[in-house]
Design a protein around this ligand. Structure first.
Ligand code: ZN
Length: 276
C-alpha cells in the first residue's frame, strides 16, 4: 500500500509534468472507482487546467481551474501513470485523462480496485470528510507538538501511528521502521513513553520518511511512480520484511508478530515490551 513517501513521489512527478496542462477529455471505464457521480468527472473536467498538485496524508489533491479539485486515493494498488496516448492500455486501467495540446494521457490503474477518485469544489476541500479528519503531517509537526499530541494518548503506539486521524500518512512499513529505529515496542501505550522516547520517535519518523522519499519510496509489489518506475527504499528496510534475519544493531533474530490486523516486524532485544 502506498504510504506518505510513495504518494509524495507520485505528487512530485505529476507536479513537474502536468501543472499548467489542460484536460481535453475524461474516459471513465469503471464507474464505481469514482465517488459521487462519474458523470460529474467526465462532464466537468474537460477544459480545466491543473493549477497545483499536492498531498495531504496519503491523499493526492489536484487543484484545477474553475474552482474544482480532484481527490485521488491510491489505497492498495492504485497507480497514476503518465503515458503517451498511443501506448497500449495496461490491464486494470479504469480512468483516462486525455491532456490537450499534446499526445499525453494520465491513466488511473488499480488491480484490486480499493482506490477512489472524487471531484469536489476547492472551496469545500477543508471540510470534506476525507480531508477534515486527517491528523497532522508527520514531516511538519514539531517535536514538542508531537510529544503533546501523541504522548497524551493512551492507545498502543503502533495502532495509534497507523490511525490517519492521529497522524496522516504512515502505514505498516514506515511505522515498523520508525518504531525499530526508536527502539519502541509496538504494543507500548503512547502515554507510557518518556518525552525522550517520544522525541526519538518523532526524529525516527521524519528520518525514515525523508530517506524513503529520496529513494523514490518502497516497492514491495505494486507501487510505481507516475512514470511507471518502482521505488528503491525496500533495499534499505532495516526491519520490515526481514523476519528471520539478524538485527543489524544487536544480531538477535527479527520476528514477525501480529498487532491488530497488521503483520509487525520487531527486534525482540532492541524493542522490549517492558521498561521504557
Ligand atoms: Zn536488535
Amino acid at each position: 500500500m502506498p504510504e506518505l513517501p510513495e504518494v509524495e513521489c507520485v505528487v512530485r512527478g505529476l507536479r513537474t509534468r502536468i501543472t499548467g496542462k489542460t484536460l481535453q477529455r475524461v474516459t471513465v471505464r469503471l464507474p464505481r472507482i469514482v465517488l459521487g457521480s462519474p458523470l460529474d468527472l467526465a462532464e466537468n473536467l474537460p477544459g480545466c487546467t491543473f493549477l497545483a498538485i499536492r498531498r495531504r496524508g496519503k491523499l493526492i489533491i489536484m487543484d484545477l481551474s474553475q474552482g474544482l479539485s480532484l481527490l485521488v486515493h491510491l489505497r492498495m494498488t492504485g497507480q497514476l501513470l503518465l503515458s503517451d496516448s498511443n501506448e497500449p492500455l495496461l490491464k486494470h486501467t479504469h480512468l483516462i485523462f486525455q491532456l490537450a495540446n499534446g499526445n499525453h494521457q494520465l491513466r488511473y490503474r488499480d488491480q484490486r480496485q480499493f482506490g477512489w477518485l472524487q471531484i469536489v469544489e476547492t472551496a469545500q476541500l477543508e471540510t470534506h470528510p476525507q480531508v477534515a479528519q486527517l491528523g497532522p503531517e508527520p514531516l511538519e509537526i514539531s517535536p514538542e507538538e508531537f510529544v503533546r499530541h501523541i504522548g497524551a494518548r493512551h492507545r498502543q503506539i503502533k495502532p495509534l501511528l497507523l490511525d490517519q486521524t492521529a497522524l496522516a500518512g504512515l502505514g505498516n512499513i514506515y511505522t515498523d521502521e520508525a518504531l525499530y529505529r526508536a527502539r519502541i515496542h509496538p504494543l507500548k501505550r503512547a502515554s507510557d513513553l518518556s518525552t525522550i522516547k517520544l522525541k526519538g520517535l518523532h526524529q525516527a519518523i521524519q528520518d525514515v520518511l525523508r530517506e524513503a522519499i529520496d529513494c523514490s519510496g518502497s516497492t514491495i509489489d505494486h507501487f510505481r511512480d507516475s512514470q511507471g518506475r518502482p521505488g528503491e527504499f525496500q533495499r534499505f528496510h532495516q526491519i520490515y520484511g526481514r523476519q528471520g534475519e539478524p538485527c543489524d544493531r544487536c544480531g538477535a533474530r527479527i520476528v514477525k508478530i501480529r498487532v491488530g490486523n497488521w503483520g509487525t516486524h520487531i527486534c525482540p532485544r532492541c524493542q522490549r515490551a517492558s521498561g521504557v
